[in-house]
Design a protein around this ligand. Structure first.
Ligand code: UDP
Ligand code: MG
Length: 339
């Protein structure tokens, strides 16, 4: 297999209005960094707008661009996984389609990688332009809580925008889980990882595709994927409550023997409500783990590819298959994984 020096992997969901400018800017940045020796991998994650048509047009006009069309919306992290499976560059740049992460930083990121002998250069957001106060506050809180509870140190204020070496990517792709929190998985992989500070720009066009629901889901994937602290929380609370109930027992016993036992409705309600709340919370957290265990045990493919436009250079694992399938260069043809 001939590896290009660089692959740029871009998951896209309803990014019709961003794709042309994205293509121009990413191509220019890649050319400035490695000359003609690059490929751009676009993943259409079941967009509802005309993204796929634009991708097909771009693939037809640019031999360095390959676009894959997933069978439906599989979510950002799985779309990204599809692109990472498919790309074959010696270095890999992961970037969002909305141009919030400036592609022009590529050259500096490569320089940092070379200078520090790093396998991963991850971009840390210093400023976030044009995002709501709510998004900034929840994101900042999320990264800090995550840092407290996880066993793997995951860098703060870092999204998926990063440059990786081939060996770091291969290591990442060897992790088979369904519930993917890629920035955490990259941190888990290890090797030498260095930060690269930048200012996050405003979205070029369109709206965020990460509403509160998706953010909560990603946060739960992050916590359950990288920490068992919430499970331990149950035993810690249990222990504390046992201690407290022993004291309560002594108090009740004293009341009984001195004959001063009162009606005590307030305290009873308090205990019932508190215990009920703690039990529901702990049960819910156990449910989160159990649900993920169940999903993992089904061993379904991570995603399914419906169409490919443009030349697929490498050996791509389409869907989560034990064996990689060789994909012949196609233009606009259909590739059914595993067939
Ligand atoms: N995205 C995706 N599938 C989804 C949601 C988002 O592929 O279901 C892509 C989206 O096109 C973008 C990236 O993931 O390239 C980040 O999404 P977005 O910009 O909406 O998130 P935000 O920057 O607001 O956190
Ligand atoms: Mg964005």
């Amino acid at each position: 297999m001939i590896r290009p020096a660089l692959s740029v992997v871009i998951p896209c969901y309803n990014e019709e209005l961003n794709l042309d400018l994205l293509h121009t800017r990413v191509s220019a940045a890649a050319r400035a960094a490695v000359g003609e020796d690059y490929e751009i991998v676009l993943i259409n994650d079941g967009s509802k707008d005309g993204s796929w048509a634009v991708m097909q047009r771009l693939a037809a006009s640019d031999p360095r661009l390959v676009a894959i069309n997933l069978s439906r919306n599989h979510g950002h992290q799985l779309a990204l996984t599809a692109g990472l499976d498919l790309c074959c560059g010696a270095q890999i740049l992961i970037i969002d389609a909305d141009l919030q992460d400036p592609p022009e930083l590529l050259s500096d990121m490569r320089a940092t990688m070379a200078a520090q002998g790093a396998d991963v250069v991850y971009a840390v957001r210093r400023k976030r332009e044009g995002e709501t106060f709510f998004k900034k506050v929840t994101a900042a809180a999320f990264y800090r809580v995550l840092d407290r509870v996880t066993d793997t140190p995951i860098p703060l204020d870092t999204g998926d925008f990063r440059l990786m070496s081939r060996r770091a990517l291969d290591a990442l792709l060897s992790l088979p889980e369904q519930a993917r929190f890629i920035r955490g998985m990259v941190a888990w992989v290890g090797f030498r990882q260095v930060p690269f500070v930048y200012d996050r720009a405003e979205r070029h066009a369109g709206d965020t595709n990460y509403p509160l629901g998706k953010m909560i889901r990603l946060a739960l994937d992050a916590v359950t994927g990288f920490s068992t602290a919430p499970l331990r929380f149950a035993s810690h609370v249990g222990l504390a409550l046992t201690g407290a109930s022993l004291l309560l027992f002594v108090y009740i016993a004293i009341g009984f023997f001195t004959g001063s036992a009162v009606q005590g409705w307030t305290s009873t309600m308090l205990v019932v409500v508190l215990l009920g709340a703690v039990q529901m919370f702990v049960l819910g957290m156990i449910g989160e783990y159990l649900g993920r265990l169940y999903v993992e045990s089904k061993r379904r493919p991570l995603y399914l590819v419906a169409d490919v436009a443009g030349p697929v250079r490498g050996t791509a694992t389409l869907g989560f298959k034990a064996d990689a399938v060789e994909v012949a260069p196609v233009s606009g043809g259909e590739v059914v994984p595993g067939e």
